[in-house]
Design a protein around this ligand. Structure first.
Ligand code: ADP
Length: 484
């Protein structure tokens, strides 16, 4: 892997605590999911190391918070510039450890960088408020202050952007951070940390702990009274564990959890545009994003046409190694992910669904699975209620708008939804009725640094990105002046 990089020093295999690169006696291997090859070994750090990182972040927080927003913003801006300048190498590391096609990986790096750019600007705009007093001699000023030390836990599906999306608003707000990247994809996080150091982030402000003991490290962060807040992206199951564990110290918590996004195509939609949107919403990252369309509801009048056109569009997907020219779709992250896709297909077929295209593991072997289109899917099948997180597009037929909304909302999840319609009144009606934090209306791409990203129901709480993004890292304090 080092030979593929322009700057091999980005392939860092040590963790980072209090401004120092640290190793450990035991290490664990990172594999390329496309080839099975071992790429590197990183430190298997422990709860003791985590507590050291927490202490470092705690010690660093006052000085970081005391900097002006402009000063913190300038450092973040430098980080943004470094991410852009090194985007090719960051993408190469990302593709190697995660498998997504290189062009898509580069897109993720720039997407992650866009949050750093945005919050480098927002650092200057952490405005408070003036409130007229409740008595003639009273004046009140509301100020916003950083919450303090933040514990961050991130998943493997966006190894770069999920870390960037958390550290940027946290550091902009004046918080310090201890981050634990997924054990499958720590190399992107470590490469980013190299740039964080180069950008001039002071020692202790950003710390990174790699380790296999996810539960132990997570609990150490939750248990510590020095950690004011947890921010997590991952499964609903683990999100609930963190919420429970955080109760003892009354942690603030931001959670970006599982989704089960409905994608609805009404009879009055532009079917070609809907197919294009579905390709993005379903097959980006090989179906491995929490906002991926999981269930596709198509109104009876356009069902057959949509199915045919989607099958045709899927024919253009090219499975392969992320570094190979022309690859649009990489492997799944691991054997468990592959098994889940197979299980959802088998369950649907057993209950009466038909495989229109794909349907099985790819001849490429490993964890490659054919992009698969199922028709005749119903609400009783697993694909309707569980997040597949893979290249499976299940088509459910519906008759009325009310039925589509009922199907779409029949889930404990509420992250993203999508629908296509040519009717303005319906666009408003359905947009307001869908129980999700984000709704794509005639678009399959909803996420950017300028927009609030996050879910309702059991998909989480808090928002990342946008003018609201720093709120999750700020306390509101009322300064009440008397005797004026
Ligand atoms: P995914 O299905 O996306 O892998 P997980 O919730 O299992 O979702 O993993 C997201 C992140 O949470 C990963 O970094 C993983 O190592 C970590 N993790 C898993 N279990 C725990 C736990 N009990 N406490 C804290 N972090 C955990």
């Amino acid at each position: 892997l080092a030979a593929k990089l322009k700057d091999a020093s980005l392939l860092e295999t040590r963790a980072y605590i209090n401004g120092e690169w640290v190793g450990s006696e035991t290490r664990f291997a990172i594999e390329n999911p496309s080839t099975g090859e071992t790429l590197a070994e990183v430190p298997d750090l422990t709860v003791t190391d985590t507590n050291r990182a927490i202490d470092a972040a705690y010690a660093a927080k006052a000085a970081w918070a005391a900097k002006t927003g402009k000063e913190r913003g300038a450092i973040l801006r430098k980080l943004y510039d470094l991410m852009v300048a090194n985007a090719d190498d960051l993408a190469t590391i990302l593709t190697a450890e995660m498998g997504k096609p290189w062009a898509e990986a580069r897109g993720e790096v720039l997407y992650g960088a866009s949050y750093v750019e945005w919050f480098s600007e927002e650092a200057k705009r952490l405005y408070g408020d003036f409130i007229p007093g409740h008595a003639t001699d009273i004046r009140m000023v509301v100020v916003k202050q950083p919450v303090g030390v933040v514990g961050a836990i991130t998943p493997w599906n966006f190894p770069n952007a999920m870390i960037a999306r958390k550290l940027a608003p946290a550091l902009a707000a004046g918080c310090t951070m201890v981050a634990r990247p997924s054990e499958f994809t720590p190399l992107s996080a470590l490469a980013l940390t190299v740039l964080i150091e180069r950008a001039g982030v002071p020692a202790g402000v950003f710390n990174i702990v790699t380790g296999l003991d996810a539960a132990g490290i997570g609990k150490a962060l939750c248990d510590s009274p020095k950690v004011a807040k947890m921010t997590f992206t991952g499964s609903t199951r683990v999100g609930k564990i963190l919420m429970r564990q955080g109760a003892d110290t009354v942690k603030k918590i931001s959670l970006e959890l599982g989704g089960n996004a409905p994608f609805i195509v009404f009879d009055d939609a532009d079917v070609d545009a809907a197919v294009q949107g579905a390709m993005i919403a379903k097959f980006r990252n090989n179906g491995q994003t929490c906002v991926c369309a999981n269930r596709i509801y198509v109104q009876a009048g356009v069902y057959d046409a949509f199915a045919e056109k989607l099958a045709k569009a899927m024919g253009a997907l090219t499975l392969g190694d992320g570094f190979a020219e022309g690859t649009t779709t990489g492997p799944l992250i691991n054997a468990a992910a592959l098994a889940k896709v197979e299980d959802h297909i088998a369950d649907a077929v057993a209950k009466g669904a038909t495989v229109l295209t794909g349907g099985k593991r790819s001849a490429l072997g490993g964890t490659f699975h054919e992009p698969t289109l199922l028709t005749g899917v119903t609400q009783e099948m697993k694909v309707a209620s569980e997040e597949t997180f893979g290249p499976l597009a299940p088509l459910v037929k519906f008759e009325t708008e009310a039925e589509a909304i009922a199907f779409a909302n029949d889930t404990e999840f509420g992250l993203a939804s999508y629908f296509y319609t040519g009717d303005l009144k319906r666009a408003w009606r359905v947009g307001e009725a869908l129980e999700t934090g984000m709704v794509g209306i005639n678009t399959g791409a909803i996420s950017s640094e300028i927009a609030p990203f996050g879910g309702i129901k059991q998909s989480g709480q808090g928002r990342e990105g946008s003018k609201y993004g720093c709120d999750d890292y700020l306390e509101i304090k009322n300064l009440c002046f008397g005797g004026i």
